[in-house]
Design a protein around this ligand. Structure first.
Ligand code: S3P
Length: 173
């Protein structure tokens, strides 16, 4: 099955964008791209170190440059960093060439999934639940920009992938 457009997965940290993105890419025969991994590779630095040494705004610049670049590629599934939606330009790039799918999850699930590894600088503070709720609150309207939304709270990455494929087939994206 081939679709013309790229697939772009947006959503908060811990909603499963990377796991579902990889599976989706292999099911569609598309190339998988993870924006965070690309930024780390291109800059030879972890995102944690980038935040620490250069600050969030520097990371956001790199993220936006990358968004513009990868949106111009063809037949790619792009799993984005949770904050990519903060810049309206990024969404404009993605909308031009891609179908945007939003993944969501309950706060408890996000808390659990993001506690497994310490690689998210925005959550490296006391009271992570509160931080997550505050960030979700300020960003919720931006995540709603997805053309299709999947609540991944109680789904495996395989099930999330199936939901997305069902949507793509139905709507002929
Ligand atoms: C961020 C999410 C992270 C990463 C960075 C900032 C955010 O990506 O880009 O730590 O602002 O929500 P994941 O959503 O892949 O964890």
């Amino acid at each position: 099955m081939t679709f013309m457009k790229n697939i772009v997965l947006i959503g908060f940290m811990g909603t499963g964008k990377t796991s579902a993105g990889k599976l989706l890419a292999s099911r569609l025969g598309y190339t998988f791209i993870d924006t965070d991994q690309c930024i780390e590779k291109e800059n030879k630095m972890t995102i944690n170190d980038m935040f620490l040494n250069y600050g969030e705004s520097y990371f956001r610049e790199k993220e936006s440059e990358l968004a513009e670049k990868v949106a111009q590629m063809h037949h790619v599934v792009i799993s984005t960093g949770g904050g990519i939606i903060l810049n309206a330009d990024n969404m404009k790039y993605f909308q031009q060439t891609g179908t945007i799918i939003a993944l969501t999850a309950d706060v408890d699930v996000i808390l659990e999934r993001t506690s497994r590894r310490n690689e998210r600088p925005l959550l490296e503070r006391e009271n992570r639940r509160q931080i997550i709720m505050d960030l979700l609150n300020t960003r919720k309207n931006l995540y709603n920009k997805g053309q299709f939304v999947v609540d991944t709270s109680h789904l495996s990455p395989l099930q999330v992938t199936d939901e997305i494929l069902k949507y793509l087939r139905k709507d002929g994206k």
